[in-house]
Design a binder for this molecule. Sequence first.
Ligand SMILES: [Ca+2]
Length: 147
Amino acid sequence: MRSCVAVAAAVFVVYAAQGCATQARQPKLNNAMLAPETVYPGYEGALLTVELRDPDGIVDRIDWVVEGYEDQVFTLNDEGERGDAAAGDGVWSMRVDVPFNTPKGAYRVTLRAYDSEGRPIIVRGPDDGRVPLTTSLTAVVEYPPEQ
Ligand SMILES: [Ca+2]
């Protein structure tokens, strides 16, 4: 850890102060997906997953919300629970049941990472700006085919 900080301090002073999250080592969220991609109202057991790359172990929690329904916050886990296939493998997951009264349409789902003190993880974004670590996906709700 000491050599990491020293290198980071020499090259990226700002990032050294942020727990050694140089650009190469800063956490990333990859391949967020809902399986299946298209669900129907009342669908049970869709699986929301995202791959976390976090060499320095900064991320403590990954929450997700549906655009337009931000008052309902859900939390993924990497503990082998609630649909997560394997604990500690960096794939965070949650089994999702779609409410019966969900209108059909395309829903924007945003995932956001937090540290152990509940602060959003900040990473270097486009144009060297500093942005919260998020990713998103679109989930499609259709009505089931006629039987
Ligand atoms: Ca896992």
